[in-house]
Design a protein around this ligand. Structure first.
Ligand code: BES
Ligand code: MN
Ligand code: ZN
Length: 497
């Protein structure tokens, strides 16, 4: 979709969208349009008994001669309570309404009823951002039928009293949306197309933005001693890769923020094979890595003044005669040994080595890992909140705040040494599963053993939120790209300048 910005005016064609508030309150542009349409909006509010809740829509076809084909009034709810997320919802809802018809263009007057809390430039930019987020589709593998045809709506114009500023604000949001799109593309790709090498190739595209990208092959991983990660990969014909991406938007200062992603491009469970039903879902077991790569695209795309290093562990977890067995003992890069009781608890094995490497090599100021790690977190929190574990209260609070600001919610879960006996092994330093109880906590306790000294660290278990089965205005069904917006916001709020 082409997105452009212009001064407030009345469009001559396409759809004209204006904003209304509770009880049909209108700003100047909406009032003018209503008058031109013979009071159609006021009439609709009165006769239909509309309350003006956020996102409520009045859609009035215009008679010949008016120029624009439809006047769409969309409600901001209480203008004093309208925030960035609300404006994004409005954009997403508008897209949802218009993508279905044969409309090619829409002009949105980003002029709210009096008393609005958002500055006009933010209002316009956030509506455009919401529209772009809602417009995501993945049709690459459709060859026929309506899904193969791109929607006709291809042009959005935001009309604003602060055109230049609005365009500028959108510039940064556009980069973030590109990061979300990249993460969604990676999640959607089928596992015969997206495997460690092809995932790494996608990461290399970030070089065009000025990101330094280093791809480690199996030989390099063996030299580093990543026995835990390589143990997972050894059952697959697809060789493992680890990709390090470094964005240096600020020189000097403390160590970088390190972002770490689980990138299991397909998780069969290995020899501890998963049941057939729903196994196809395990193509999105690289959701943590997708979030991290998407965040790097966003951060570099908007030229963030921050120092961020990202690392993703890319493997395919397959059963074969070369696969690791339950009972195998592997030596992680940290030197700690792990008895692999269940080959389906592979994510923590991958993370153990990439966590260790990024800390040893970059001495980061903080480490955040993202992973579709456990079914247990899905049982605990469902598809609403992701689960967060942290050894640092300030970092935890910053992550929760960034999540609330972006709509990517995180709920803090406990870490405690009293869970450790659950992962004690009779023959190695630890085992990779902790039994049925508190399954996502024992996974976090396991990861904690690969955090160096007192490095501030947070682990985000996103197994329940990486893939959406119920569409939201700004998150279509499928790969959500969850984490990109949260991480970008965290960087903006806590790691820039
Ligand atoms: N990738 C799965 C976790 C998962 C579950 C992701 C549902 C997305 C949706 C992970 O590798 C896994 O298999 N975890 C096991 C661990 C168990 C064997 C200790 C689980 O949660 O059942
Ligand atoms: Mn698994
Ligand atoms: Zn997995």
């Amino acid at each position: 979709m082409r997105i452009a910005f212009a001064d407030l005016s009345t469009p001559k064609s396409g759809v004209f969208a204006v904003l209304v508030g509770e009880g049909g309150a209108m700003g100047e542009t909406a009032a003018q349009a209503d008058k031109a349409a013979g009071g159609a909006i006021k009439r609709a509010v009165a006769t239909l008994g509309l309350k003006g809740k956020l996102g409520e829509i009045i859609d009035v076809p215009m008679p010949d001669g008016v120029g624009y084909s439809r006047l769409v009034a969309i409600s901001v709810g209480d203008p004093a309570k309208l925030d960035a997320l609300g404006a994004q919802t409005i954009g997403g809802k508008l897209y949802g309404l218009l993508a279905k018809g044969g409309e090619r263009q829409v002009a949105v007057a980003a002029d709210a009823p009096k008393g609005e809390a958002l500055a006009p430039e933010d209002l316009g930019a956030e509506i455009a951002y919401g529209m772009k987020l809602g417009a995501y589709r993945f049709a690459k593998y459709r060859t026929k039928g309506p899904e193969a045809t791109p929607p006709e709506l291809t042009s959005l114009r935001i009309l604003s009293a602060a055109t230049a500023l609005c365009r500028k604000r959108f510039g940064a949001l556009d980069a973030i949306a590109d990061g979300v799109y990249l993460a969604r593309d990676l999640l959607e790709e089928p596992p015969n197309q997206l495997y460690p090498e092809s995932f790494a190739a996608r990461c290399e595209n970030l070089k065009t933005l000025g990101v330094v990208v280093e791809v480690l092959d199996e030989k390099a991983l063996a030299r580093l001693g990543m026995g835990a990660l390589l143990g997972v990969a050894q059952g697959s014909a697809r060789p493992a890769r680890v990709v390090i991406m470094h964005w240096q938007g600020r020189k000097g200062g403390k160590g970088p923020l390190a972002l770490v992603g689980k990138g299991v491009t397909f998780d069969t469970g290995g020899i501890s094979l998963k049941p057939a039903a729903g196994m196809e879902d395990m193509k999105y077991d690289m959701g943590g890595a997708a979030a991290v790569v998407g965040a790097m695209q966003a951060i570099a795309g908007r030229k963030a003044k921050a120092n961020v290093v990202a690392i993703v562990g890319l493997v395919e977890n397959m059963p074969s005669s070369s696969a690791q067995r339950p009972g195998d003992v592997v030596t992680s890069m940290s030197g700690q040994t792990i008895e692999v009781i269940n080959t389906d608890a592979e994510g923590r094995l991958v993370l153990a080595d990439v966590l260790w490497h990024v800390q040893k090599k970059y001495k980061p100021a903080a480490v955040i890992d993202l992973a579709t790690l456990t079914g247990a977190i899905v049982v605990a929190l469902g598809g609403v909140y992701g689960g967060m574990y942290a050894n640092d209260d300030a970092l935890a609070a910053n992550i929760v705040a960034a999540g609330e600001a972006t709509g990517e919610l995180m709920w803090r879960m406990p870490l405690h040494d009293d869970y450790d006996p659950q992962i004690a092994s009779p023959i190695a330093d630890m085992k990779n599963v902790g039994g049925r109880e508190a399954g996502s906590v024992t996974a976090a306790q396991f990861l904690k053993r690969f955090i160096v000294d007192k490095t501030p660290w947070a682990h985000l278990d996103i197994a329940g939120v990486a893939w959406t089965t119920k569409a939201k205005p700004t998150v279509p069904k499928g790969g959500a790209g969850f984490g990109v917006r949260l991480l970008d916001r965290l960087v903006a709020d806590r790691f820039e300048s």
